[in-house]
Design a protein around this ligand. Structure first.
Ligand code: FE
Length: 167
């Protein structure tokens, strides 16, 4: 009888311990990912190295007005680089006329663009930014050209600089 009681107490103690340690593990699980960038500048440095619209888009995640970018109609061959740090982001051969008023591409240069989720205007959108400096570029949607990728990278022209291909 006494042995049985002891066994029960010991067993309960173990169960108790397991319960506590389980809880601890769960409450410690804080899933906070923080992206780091190769190019970092202070806010003052960004302000002085960008014009007002570039700063508004890249550093404040703003959106330029539709049909205002001089790159919208650009059909020259070349590469579109980050206006903040010069990283190559999109190729001219992947640019298409979406009719939205913003430069649009069906794909990015892989690895040079990073993605995030934003709920800024009330619904979920996939935000995209330069993987090197973190500058905001625009958003990617699933209503792009069906014959290629089906993706529409809707990019602020102010976040880009065009570098023509030289022969
Ligand atoms: Fe950049």
């Amino acid at each position: 009888m006494i042995i049985n009681k002891l066994t029960l107490i010991i067993a309960l103690a173990f169960i108790g311990c397991n319960g506590v340690s389980q809880e601890k593990k769960d409450s410690n699980k804080v899933d906070e990912k923080k992206e780091t960038f190769a190019v970092t500048k202070t806010d003052a440095e960004w302000r002085s190295s960008l014009d007002d619209m570039q700063y508004y888009v890249l550093r404040q995640a703003g959106t330029e007005n539709a049909f205002t970018s001089e790159l919208l109609e650009n059909k020259e061959k070349g590469v579109y680089v980050c206006a903040g740090c010069g990283t190559e982001l999109f190729k001219s051969k992947h640019k298409f006329i979406s009719g939205t008023g913003w430069p649009s591409f069906d794909r990015e240069i892989k690895g040079n663009v990073s993605y995030d989720v934003d709920y800024k205007i009330g619904y979920k959108r996939t935000e995209e930014h330069c993987a090197t400096c973190g500058g905001h570029l625009g958003h990617v949607f699933d209503d792009g050209p069906k014959k290629t990728t089906g993706k529409r990278h809707c990019i602020n022209g102010a976040a880009l600089k065009f570098v023509p291909t030289t022969k």
